[in-house]
Design a binder for this molecule. Sequence first.
Ligand code: OFO
Length: 178
Amino acid sequence: MISKNMEAALNHQIALEGYASQYYLAMASWCDKEGMEGAAEFLHFQSLEEREHMLKLFHYLSEVDGFAITPAIEQPPIEFESVQEVFSLVYEHEKKVTQSINDLVATCYSENDYNTLNFLQWYVEEQREEENQARSILDKIKLIGEGGQSLYYIDKEMKKFLAAALAKEAAAADSEAQ
Ligand code: OFO
């Protein structure tokens, strides 16, 4: 059984993860349009990840006799100035999600809800990794600089970031299977 307050807080998080999925999908489409295939692939992957984060919360709410609410589809921005802007927005969004997870953890303590606290540990770790990843991408883009030839190198780097994210996912699936 979960409190109404915690149920509402987790539904808010569901909406935030769902929005992140839409947001990154819009960014993927923009990168594709600009011929940045590597960045587009990375953002498509990230968009799917966010949907999974949303669904994980959905299932948790059902498991603890709560009611998961399907969030409305909000139109995210679809045009961006540059690939640097895209990833600085990703970084900003990840920081916002981290703050929201931290607030949820604080609510768990104030309600003595140790089940939800335990469940959220996965998100705490995931946010640390995702924030770090977004910051590293942004640093790399700043280092390479923008402009014709730089975009080619940025896109190549994005493929490496995607490969690392896929390897991490495969390792997590392996350890779950054991
Ligand atoms: Fe859901 O991990 Fe990022 O936001």
